[in-house]
Design a protein around this ligand. Sequence first.
Ligand code: SAH
Length: 623
Amino acid sequence: MSLFDAFHPIGAIAVTPQGVQLLQPLCQQMGATLYGPDSLNLQDKTTVVYKSSLKDHIASIWSENRALIFCLATGAVVRLIASLLQDKASDPAIIVIDPQGQYVISLCSGHQGGADQLTQLIAQQLNATPIITGASHGLNLPGIDVLGLPFGWRKGPGDWTGVSHAIACQKTVQVIQEGGSTLWQDHLPQNHPFYFVFPEIGENVTPEAQIWISPTKGRFAKESELPKVQWYPRVLWVGIGCIRGTSQQLIETAINEVCQRYHLATEAIAVITTIDLKADEVGMVQYCQEKQLPLLTYSADVLNSVNVPNPSDIVKQEVGTASVAEASAIYGANSWLNNHNSSLIVPKQVIKANNEAVTIAIAQSSLEYTGREGQLYLVGMGPGSLDQITPAAKTAITQADAIIGYSLYLDLIKPLQRSGQIVESLPITQERKRAQRAIELACWGLTVAVISSGDCGIYGMAGLVLEELQIKRWDGKNPHIEVFPGITALQAAAARVGTPLMHDFCAISLSDLLTPWEVIEKRLEAAAKADFVTAIYNPRSQTRTQQIITAQTIFLKYRDPQTPVALVRCAYRQDEQITLTNLAEMLTHSIDMLTTVLIGNSSTRHYQNWMITPRGYNRSQNL
Ligand code: SAH
């Protein structure tokens, strides 16, 4: 699984040796195919050589790639692709990179083609500046034509360009949302142009465009001149009952007819539900396969426990439950991620043709079905500054639909955020809640990045997330997990003061919130006795002040009072503070929760403001 999977297949084109050199590692990273002209005499096997003209070559790979990356002058790219461009909904993402790798330009298909997002990801890999000129990016708003993609919404009809233009002009845009999650509304910048009241728009507000998010089909007044668009959140759970052997055609006709009768969009269908006896009903299975809809089935016992408006004694006699269509629709919608307040919006309808009959009922779930498998990225963001984050971690952060972390860290990674991302912070003491929330969003189908400072697996969020998943009996696959390591505080602190960790070392956290103090004390004793260089995390909080004093006392039992100690506060952050001291005097300096304490071993020494632990003990210490 690569972070670039969503954009595959990707083709990249270089026409100079410099371009090949720039794109080769990038292509490897992204799993992209690199193409170069025959004339370059390329010896390496990773570049695919083309013999035709560049224009013909591009035409030949145009439709088989979802993204094309050019290391070529922008003007040349424009001329080369001009005749191939058809529609922004289907054209590949077009990206241009200058030969020096300083700029990455999102040229075409920025939203639906994903070029804007891919541009940001590539810029991070190259440490380059992304050039994104779309209005919504500049206004920090989600692109209206990609708004529902994380939630699995289907795009409906509308004047997408007109509405996008109204947003770009910061005109008032009325949003009518009758279904699906409103989470996206909570993460808009302060001066966004959306107006959420329905049906009355305030007296002093005249909408200049409309966005309708609903399973109900277009109810826009015809005479209105406003540009409008519609998204269909997949909230309809269609329960079906039928006699054995009912054709796919009748099932489809029945669904379409009932949807039409109730002004519902078939695009908003989430799931087809029925009784388990019908799991192999050919017409139903074929319909679901063709429409790429899941078919969920329930036992007669389960269905019989559901309260329905139209129970039938005949059905009860036949299959053991008084309702199949209504009961399965209600039960399915209510059990979807435990969102219980679903409602039956279409009571049982019977559609007959010849000898066949189909019964249909529709429930609307409060939470939409995304149809996506979620991802959990457990990301270590390093000690603080952006240049200490690995490119892979940066990519994961930018790529995610949702970012969850502690607000201080979220502030530090603001430049990596993408417009339209859901960013949630919870107070520092609520790590477990944060882990649960991340899992909840990922189980729903979102790609969620959980951010820890330093390394996420060292006193970080990664462990909590995996523990919680285990409690939830996670199957190990869905959501998919990927851990992105980061530079932990002990490495960052060590780098600021020299080479204190050149021999065996250990880390001990003095926080006794989750670990009993006796255990911590035992480990301090053992580390001190065994002459480990020791990095102390969480050394002192406002209420926990005694622990660092006890730690010092323990170390003084085994080590010289002159043993070098470094106090590194906020390493690689703006307010970084470094103090070199020794074991006897360390407590005369300020130590807090943003400090890492590094205690040297018996051979650690200070030299010219550096802290040095010798690599080995065999050689003479007096160099
Ligand atoms: N996951 C983090 C550790 C979290 S525990 C990591 O791998 O670094 C929190 C403790 O880490 C703080 O109390 C402090 O001791 C240390 N710490 C985190 N960031 C730091 C920084 N930038 N400078 C110094 N210490 C830091």
